[in-house]
Design a protein around this ligand. Structure first.
Ligand code: PMP
Length: 454
């Protein structure tokens, strides 16, 4: 059946009045109507309804790692739907695609992370991790061990529980689960480190973590949850050694370490998973999503250690957790094809070169007057703009500086994501050298234009 969609700008914008956008100023959208209608995509580019071809500098939403419209992934999804459109993984049912993908993830995930639960969004993968751990401690006869350590600046999703683990900037005016989450210091040296060296700042962060654990009581704390590099909180790379040291502290206090690799996995930092390979920490649980299917189908995973799985599976009783679409056949097929493609084309290995070039080109923008800090790693980068570079004075929110630079960049053929005074870049992982250089050139011109107009 052909859907025969109206793809004209006017047609879509009329229909769009019924769509509630996510993470948008809905009032501003009504007033200035500045929406971009994306109608097509290919490789590292998308096309808008006005016929503009734009570099997809945010990879859909940090997720189209393998690039857009890859035949291999589309064919695998189609073939799966033609064979088995849907069946669940509830009760005693399973199917070939979900089983094969769980096996593949067990092979790729570090150490004893060999058991995989699928859900339907990254937020729910994190909720699942918490629910499963709470259940785990109930079964161990430690029902008080439920509290969660997170960090200021974190982003773990937008369900009632995930938003409670997220930085408060994302829940102003909204409710969230109360009394369960304790936020440790944000590990951002440039903004939070004062006069300290990075090494001194690391010591301070670890002292803060130990003090909070003593205050709450390790017997009451289930887990520590952390993104390897904070993403939607503004791209924060912790001081060297931070995750390994936090892993050791969690080990000392018998607190489970959850690594939220919703963004950092599947090649974005040059490896299938970043926790062990980049940050030298062995988590007890990894949650992931996005790049797992390169966004072609919604599919997150909560990957558990053998030890956690043993406790939740060895003593009888029903595992009362799951979503209808957990391990959806088409999504699992997308994941399998995406990983096969990444292995065949050596995408994570290539990112170690191309991603470094991207990072280097963006870091070079730090010589501009309005640029306070360029941070991140490989294809996960942020640029923070400041009014005064010497004392890091931020722009006021009403300056809408990130938005202005993003709009100037889009005019020149690049989509980037504004976040207050920060511009975020998380493109597809298939940009060639010329596109990488062009991205940096567009950013330089756009920042200069906005600076000149101040
Ligand atoms: N964790 C991290 C680190 C994320 O960046 C996101 C989404 N950007 C989520 C969790 C939530 O994923 P989802 O939007 O699929 O629920």
């Amino acid at each position: 059946m052909s859907l025969d969609l109206d793809t004209s700008t006017d047609g879509v914008l009329t229909a769009d009045t019924h769509l509630v956008q996510s993470f948008a100023d809905l009032d501003l959208l009504k007033q200035d109507g500045a929406r971009t209608v994306i109608v097509g995509a290919e490789g590292a580019y998308v096309t808008d309804s006005e016929g503009n071809k734009l570099i997809d500098g945010i990879g859909g939403l940090w997720c189209v790692n393998a690039g857009h419209r890859r035949r291999e992934i589309i064919d695998a999804i189609t073939e799966q739907l033609e064979t088995l459109d849907f069946y669940s993984t509830f009760y005693n049912f399973t199917h070939p695609a979900a089983a094969a993908l769980a096996t593949k993830l067990a092979e790729l995930a570090p150490g004893p992370l060999n058991k995989v639960h699928f859900a339907n969004s990254g937020s729910v993968a994190n909720d699942s991790a918490i629910r499963i751990l709470h259940h785990y401690y109930n079964r161990l006869g430690q029902p008080k061990k439920k509290q969660i350590l997170s960090r200021h600046g974190a982003y773990h999703g937008s369900t009632h529980l995930a938003i409670a683990m997220t930085t408060s900037a994302y829940s102003e005016g909204w409710d969230k689960v109360q009394g369960l989450v304790h936020h440790l210091r944000c590990p951002h040296h440039w903004r939070e480190g004062g006069e300290m060296t990075e090494a001194e700042f690391l010591v301070a962060l670890l002292e803060d973590a130990r003090a909070r654990i003593e205050e709450v009581g390790a017997e009451n704390i289930a887990c520590f949850i952390a993104e390897p590099i904070m993403g939607a909180g503004g791209i924060v790379m912790p001081p060297a050694g931070y995750h390994a040291a936090m892993g050791a502290i969690c080990g000392d206090y018998e607190i489970k370490y959850i690594s939220d690799e919703v963004v950092t996995a599947f090649g974005r930092l040059g490896h299938f998973f970043a926790s062990k390979d980049v940050f030298d920490v062995q988590p007890d649980i990894i949650t992931t999503a996005k790049g797992l299917t390169s966004g072609y189908q919604p599919l997150p995973a909560t990957i558990l250690s053998d030890e956690i799985h043993e406790v939740i599976s060895d003593r009888g009783g029903v595992f009362l957790h799951g979503m209808t679409y957990s391990g959806h056949p088409a999504a699992a097929a997308a994941g399998l094809a995406n990983i096969a493609l990444m292995e065949r084309d050596r995408i994570p290995q290539n990112v170690r070169t191309t991603g470094k070039r991207f990072e280097g080109n963006l870091r070079a923008l730090a010589d501009m007057e309005m640029v306070g800090e360029v941070r991140g790693s490989h294809f996960m980068m942020g640029i923070e703009f400041v009014r005064d570079k010497a004392d890091k004075t931020p722009f006021a929110p009403e300056d809408m500086i990130g938005l202005k630079v993003a709009r100037a960049a889009q005019k020149r053929g690049l989509i980037a994501r504004p976040l207050g005074n920060i511009l975020i870049l998380s493109p597809t992982l298939v940009m060639d050298g010329a596109m990488i250089d062009r991205t940096a050139a567009i950013l330089r011109e756009s920042i200069a234009e906005v600076h000149a107009a101040l």
